[in-house]
Design a protein around this ligand. Structure first.
Ligand code: ATP
Length: 257
């Protein structure tokens, strides 16, 4: 059994009167690809953002490699943890790469400049070394000949592949994908899913929020079905997509397939 790389216990998040996450428990194991599916508004994106500390959680804990990266901020224990853990949180967050629905590239920087920015600014890498690594990563995602283009000169699928290379440049131990193909024209979805499939085969640990059921079925080791802020069913894609006992996932699938 592989090591647990990310662990969440009792994660709760509320926006105003709405409880968006109602106590999520989850273990993500090293090398695993976990796809999170579920209806719009069920809390999938919020869960990823809580994993990456982009959202503060109201209750519960999140650990990365055994170190806390997320915890409730209020109350005496939260305050003490905040002070003690700030440095650990920063270091561990750098080990989590995230790819968003929209690509968020710097518009006035070329693809290679976008990819090398993190290693230079955050890790203090020499520029020449960071550029060499960035060009290799761009080649890995099929963009060797687009490295010196600006984002506006690239298609949406190409921009998203640059965004993936940019996240990988930080040498993450875990990659989070938040509906990475939802903003793309249908004909560009395949090229991004292809890069993600290659990444999964290379052994990267991945949590993928997606509406691409074909990808989930083919690539995921485990699928989580979320509804109204809770994990309703979880299991291997074959089990979850076909076993009659998982009737809530299958009812959802019948609405999207
Ligand atoms: N910053 C915010 N402020 C207020 N409400 C929010 C905020 N972010 C999310 N929500 C609400 O929380 C709920 C869950 O949103 P979330 O984006 O996590 O769902 P989702 O399952 O990812 O949906 P989708 O598949 O449509 O992206 C929704 O009702 C949403 O409107």
């Amino acid at each position: 059994m592989n090591d647990v790389i990310l662990k969440a216990r009792g994660v709760r998040k509320r926006f105003g009167d709405t409880e968006v996450l109602k106590g999520i428990d989850l273990d993500v194991r090293s090398g695993e690809v976990l796809c999170v599916i579920g209806p719009s508004g069920s809390g999938k994106s919020t869960l990823l953002r809580c994993f990456n500390h982009l959202e503060r959680i109201d209750a519960g804990r999140v650990w990365m490699d055994g170190e806390l990266v997320g915890y409730e901020q209020h109350g005496p224990s939260g305050r003490v943890l905040r002070e003690r853990r700030a440095r650990d949180v920063r270091r561990q967050r750098e080990r989590i790469g995230m790819v968003f629905q929209r690509f968020h590239l710097f518009p006035h920087r070329t693809a290679v400049q976008n990819v090398m920015e993190g290693p230079v600014a955050v890790k203090g890498r020499p520029r020449a070394q960071a550029e060499k690594q960035a060009r290799k990563l761009l080649a890995d995602v099929g963009l060797a000949d687009r490295a010196d283009h600006y984002p506006e000169q690239l298609s949406g699928g190409q921009q998203q592949r640059v965004a993936i290379a940019r996240a990988l440049a930080m040498e993450p131990a875990l990659m989070l994908f938040d509906e990475p193909t939802s903003a793309l024209d249908p004909e560009l979805v395949g090229e991004v899913l292809g890069v993600m499939r290659d990444l999964a085969r290379s052994g990267m640990t991945m949590v993928v929020v997606t509406h691409e059921m074909g990808f989930a079925r083919e690539v995921a080791d485990r699928v989580l079905f979320m509804d109204r802020g809770a994990v309703v069913e979880a299991g291997s894609p074959d089990l979850l997509f076909t076993d009659p006992r998982h009737d809530r996932t299958r009812a959802f699938l019948s609405t999207v397939l």
